[in-house]
Structure formats: structure tokens, C-alpha cells
Design a protein around this ligand. Structure first.
Ligand code: FES
Ligand SMILES: [Fe+2]
Length: 324
């Protein structure tokens, strides 16, 4: 997993106004809770004293109190009280758990999974999705490293096989392109598939790419993807890493074709049923891939239609080396 990046880790609406929520993300046990102004705290869920989970304790004056011996922590992860030593006692600086900077935006709780700093980069989300869209969301757990889940949505070759009965019907097996555009650790690509009539497919380098008003796929590192269907309809996924072998897929349908209050939610719900059928067609195959995680140098033979996946692996490798 790539450090010093923003990750969407949890749906904002699921984090209550009061109380704590414990979750495992990015291989770490984390604890979330809100302040009175609704801003969010995120600290390690492991007491520095003797390792108990703070989640089983309670909030006292909006600070988690360890259920074992009552140590308390603030939102920066600093211990504020060691009851056995008395209120008047100084608290040594090493009584501190790791904390992460958070944001509550676009319906997600985000954490900056890395060092605390003065300034943070913008959240990696799509600036062409605004409040004029309505959306629905489903969560789907996949027992795979998130790199494999992401690559599945950058895969231009699998449609006529994995989605034979849905979006890949028609046996269009020949892949023209994909034409790939890279910019600031973002990948966009355009592709179209055809029936095999014995023709030579258009090479990725020859394929027309870059028209953002035409259907294309768009990925922003480290883990946000959209299928840009039309200016009024999108499918968005946050591939949230749980640990090295598990990912939560937050799948959203955004649309502004139907704007009538109640009807728009019905339309979104119907689209989501269809999207989940497609997602589970993917899941059935992706969870059989070995190894469960992809890397730039691995024992696989890729083809020109896999160009977006190759670019993904290259950028991921670059970012991993940068953090090292
Ligand atoms: S383990 Fe948390 S206070 Fe002792
Ligand atoms: Fe698919």
C-alpha cells in the first residue's frame, strides 16, 4: 500500500454523531469518532499501555477511554490521563498512538495515510461530479488485494467473456486501442471492441484518445475510479484497502437524468441492482487470480489491450519507490 496518499475509508453517513467506530483499513486497526462540529478523529485502536482495543471502551468528554485501565486519548492520539498516576501527574510524550489527518467530503471519510504535515494535497476525486448529481452506493467485500480489484476495472479485454450475458454481449472480442492518456498520476482511457472479422485491431498508439466528452474510464491514484458514461451518468468506485488480502468496493451510481425527488432514488436503486450483477460477474473471476496482489515485475504475459493495467503498475511502482 502506498503511503502519503488520501484514502476514502468509510461512508460518511455511517459514522454516527456520537460514539466510536472501529475498523480495519490499510492493514491497521483504526478508531473513528466525531467532534461536536462533526469533524472526524482517526487514531490507532491500540492502547499504548498494554495493547487493548480502545473501541471496547467509551467516550468520556469526547475522548476514548481505554476499557482496561482507563487511559484517555485526544484526537491527536496523545494520552491525556493515566488514572492510576492521578490527575496531577505529568504524562510522558511517548504515551501517544498514531493519528491521521481526516476529511469528510463527497460522502466519504478520508484519511491522509501518512505523515502529519502543514498542508495536504487536494482530495483525489472527480471535479466533474458535483451536487447536481444524485447517487446511490453499495459496499461489496472482495477477498483480494486492492491492486487486483482496480486492475479489473482497467481491463479492456475481459468484457465479452466475463460479461457475456450483460455489458459484453455480442462476442466483440477484438480490442481497438485502448488509447491511454496519463496526467498527474491519473489514467484515462478510451477503447472500443469489435467482432473478429480477421481485421488487425487499431494499436493503442493510433487510437483516438483525449475526448473527455466521450465515454471513457478514469482512474485517480491511489484508489478512485469512474466510468464516464455520459455527462449525466457515471459509475464510481472507491477500492478501499482493508489489508493485504481484502478490499471493500464502494460502488456508486451517479446520475442527473432523473431529478424528480422520489423517482430519482428509485432510478438509482434500479441501476445499482444492474451494476451489482455486473460487479459480481467480475468478482467471480478476479477472486481466482494468483497471486492476490499485482506488481510491476511479475510472472504474467500481458497484451497490448492491457495497456491501462501496464500503466497502472508502472505508476504504482513509481509511487511505492518514492515512499520508500
Ligand atoms: S491497556 Fe489501556 S489502559 Fe491499560
Ligand atoms: Fe468487468
Amino acid at each position: 500500500m502506498i503511503r502519503n496518499q488520501w484514502y476514502a475509508i468509510f461512508p460518511s453517513r455511517k459514522l454516527p454523531k456520537k460514539g466510536m467506530t472501529a475498523l480495519t483499513r490499510l492493514g491497521e486497526r483504526l478508531l473513528l469518532w466525531r467532534n461536536h462540529d462533526r469533524s472526524v478523529n482517526c487514531i490507532y485502536d491500540r492502547c499504548v499501555h498494554r495493547g487493548a482495543s480502545l473501541a471496547a471502551g467509551q467516550l468520556v468528554e469526547n475522548e476514548p477511554e481505554c476499557p482496561f485501565h482507563g487511559l484517555r486519548y485526544n484526537g491527536k492520539g496523545e494520552c491525556t490521563l493515566i488514572p492510576a498516576n492521578g490527575r496531577a501527574a505529568d504524562i510522558p510524550v511517548q504515551f501517544k498512538v498514531r493519528s491521521y489527518h481526516t476529511k469528510d467530503r463527497y460522502g466519504f471519510i478520508w484519511i491522509w495515510w501518512g505523515d502529519l504535515r502543514e498542508n495536504y494535497p487536494d482530495l483525489p476525486f472527480f471535479d466533474d461530479i458535483d451536487d447536481s448529481f444524485s447517487w446511490a452506493e453499495r459496499e461489496d467485500p472482495w477477498p483480494m488485494h486492492y491492486s487486483r480489484c482496480i486492475e479489473n476495472q482497467l481491463d479492456a479485454v475481459h468484457l465479452p467473456f466475463v460479461h457475456r450475458t450483460t455489458i459484453g454481449a455480442g462476442n466483440k472480442t477484438v480490442v481497438n486501442g485502448p488509447g491511454v492518456v496519463l496526467e498527474h498520476d491519473q489514467i484515462r482511457f478510451w477503447v472500443h471492441n469489435e467482432l473478429d472479422r480477421g481485421q488487425t485491431p487499431i494499436a493503442p498508439s493510433e487510437y483516438p484518445a483525449g475526448d473527455t466528452a466521450r465515454q471513457h474510464l478514469h482512474f485517480i491514484f491511489p484508489h478512485i475510479w469512474q466510468n464516464w458514461l455520459t455527462s449525466k451518468m457515471r459509475i464510481v468506485i472507491a477500492f478501499t484497502p482493508v489489508d493485504e488480502e481484502n478490499t471493500l468496493i464502494y460502488l456508486r451510481m451517479y446520475q442527473k437524468v432523473m431529478k424528480i425527488p422520489l423517482l430519482k432514488h428509485i432510478v438509482n436503486a434500479v441501476f445499482m441492482v444492474f451494476n451489482m450483477i455486473i460487479l459480481h460477474q467480475d468478482r467471480r473471476v478476479v477472486i481466482t487470480q494468483l497471486p492476490k496482489k499485482s506488481t510491476l515485475k511479475m510472472d504474467e504475459q500481458l497484451i497490448s489491450g492491457d495497456l491501462p493495467i501496464i500503466e497502472y503498475r508502472k505508476i504504482r511502482d513509481k509511487l511505492l519507490k518514492k515512499q520508500a
